[in-house]
Design a protein around this ligand. Structure first.
Ligand code: HEC
Ligand code: HEC
Length: 444
């Protein structure tokens, strides 16, 4: 077994196939005792040197830091805002996990971010935000200026019956309203993109998947043919819009927290937001290179939780998952190239249940623009690893890019477009096999 990187909070271990017991099938184990794994004493990997462990401890502390506005006397970590959504990473990614989504109708919680985007023909480049409101609709601000507005969500419950056995299913359909906009209207073509903060574990492993495994091999070629899948700009975010963890982190700092870094020297104030521009800001960068490197290193090490269920007890579910076509997109295995502390490269296999590609899941899932028109939207196949852990630990587990689904079952019912066939096969299952599949998802 090779210990890859390990944090104080968690350890990722990648086993080479055949590893006895625990993680043979999944091939990834989190240390017992980590906030992301089961209980038990905390186990720190030996391969981690002192400098690295100091950096990870610093990263964890920055992740949990509640930043304060520039000019706050006595505070070291300052520069928050002027516009922002939350004052810490941890406020949205609770314990490094998925943020809390809306449980009932009303104001949207902070972990549900409204991103704004001006559609553009340039693929590959970073998209522009709304001309006035910028990339993120900022629902908080430092005292002297006004936030951009508020968001509420209302759900409409719909229900139906599974065809063969008449058992009922339920879904909730979200409707978002941006209220109290303080800087006039959004541009009509601005796309309103509600996004829930996802769980962060395993990101370091997704970064280690070689590009050739996502684009080139026979399995992807066959699936690409069948599903018209598309490669993504990057690997992170619900639509694969960020190239790396570092890019995603600097975007969050700038757009959701109003903190500048050497990579991004401006925050989410646009030229049209004079009040925001005139606010005194902190030093540039407000987050030093040392702190940024530490948060990125910390996020990269967050371990994928292990499944307490033995692989052989899960075979029937895995077979159904493959036969319904779920595994075509949610690929059970991807290769990774890992570099250990000494710089030696090692090949291993991970079980993320994603192909790291984009898919069109149908018009009902598509975003709308400010004029109320649907815009074609493609989604990164969501990794399903740690799904069971999330269901055991989150008070209200939620799925899909805006947390609209309250269970994996509801998430599957939203799959249309390229996944319409898989959804139809799922709905045609009798009660027993349907339960087998759903129980299996909880063991991931
Ligand atoms: C206001 C809420 C909010 C805050 C604060 C926030 N995030 Fe996020 N985070 C999100 C949302 C929403 C997404 C999904 C973005 C997307 O799909 O484009 C996300 C995505 C991510 C991802 C990509 C995960 C993946 O697998 O795609 C990483 C990594 C991440 N955030 C790290 C951080 C770090 C580190 C911080 C603190 C510097 C932070 N975030 C602060 C809401 C937040
Ligand atoms: C055509 C590709 C495709 C197929 C086939 C497919 N999925 Fe998905 N799945 C996706 C994408 C893309 C998402 C992310 C949607 C989003 O971002 O809202 C997703 C999301 C999910 C989620 C929610 C995960 C989360 O963290 O929010 C679950 C659960 C899921 N799929 C299960 C299944 C099952 C079970 C099947 C087979 C019945 C299946 N999927 C078939 C592409 C696919």
């Amino acid at each position: 077994m090779l210990s890859v990187r390990s944090g104080l909070a968690s350890v990722i271990r990648v086993g080479v196939v055949g590893l006895a017991g625990l993680c043979a099938q999944l091939q990834i184990c989190a240390a017992p005792g980590s906030p992301l794994a089961s209980d038990g004493p905390s186990a720190l990997s030996r391969s981690i040197g002192k400098p690295e462990s100091a950096q990870l401890a610093l990263g964890e502390s920055v992740f949990n830091t509640v930043w304060v506005p520039a000019g706050t006397p006595g505070a070291a970590r300052r520069g928050l805002g002027p516009l922002f959504n939350a004052a810490s990473c941890a406020a949205c990614h609770v314990n490094g996990g998925q943020g809390n989504g809306p449980v009932v109708d009303g104001p949207a919680p902070i972990a549900l971010v409204i991103q704004l985007e001006t559609p553009s023909a340039h693929t590959g480049a970073e998209a522009d935000g709304d001309p006035v409101y910028g990339h993120v609709y900022n629902t908080s601000a430092v005292q002297v200026i006004q936030p951009e507005g508020a968001v509420t969500v209302r759900y409409q419950e719909i229900e139906g019956r599974y065809y063969p056995d008449g058992i009922r299913w339920h879904m909730r359909v979200p409707r978002y309203r941006l209220t109290g906009l303080t800087r006039g209207r959004l541009a009509a073509q601005t796309v309103i993109k509600p996004r829930i903060a996802p769980a962060l574990f395993g990101g370091g492993l997704l970064e280690a998947v070689p590009g050739s495994a996502i684009g080139g091999d026979a399995q992807t070629a066959a699936a690409a043919d069948r599903y018209r899948t598309a490669p993504m700009r990057g690997r992170f975010g619900w639509q694969g819009e960020s190239l790396s963890i570092r890019e995603q982190v600097t975007k969050a700092l700038s757009r959701e927290m109003g903190l500048t870094t050497a990579d991004r020297s401006d925050d989410d104030c646009t030229a049209a937001e004079a009040d925001c521009l005139h606010e005194p800001s902190g030093n540039v960068p407000e987050v030093s290179g040392e702190l940024l490197d530490a948060i990125v290193a910390y996020v990269r090490t967050l371990a994928v939780p292990t499944s307490p269920v033995r692989p052989e007890r899960r075979a029937a579910g895995a077979e159904l998952f493959a036969s319904l076509g779920c595994a075509d997109c949610h690929r059970p295995e991807l290769p990774v190239e890992l570099t250990d502390a000494t710089g030696t490269k090692r090949a291993a296999v991970i079980a993320p249940y994603t192909d790291l590609r984009l898919h069109d899941l149908g018009i009902e899932m598509a975003d709308e623009n400010a004029a109320g028109e649907r815009v074609p939207s493609r989604w990164r196949t969501a990794p399903l690893w740690g799904l069971g852990y999330r269901m055991r630990t989150e008070s209200h587990p939620m799925f899909l890019h805006d947390g609209r689904a309250r269970s994996p079952e509801e998430a599957i019912l939203w799959h249309t477009g390229e996944a319409a066939e898989a959804r139809r096969k799922f709905m045609d299952l009798w009660g027993r096999p349907r339960e087998t599949l759903l129980r299996w998802l909880e063991t991931l």
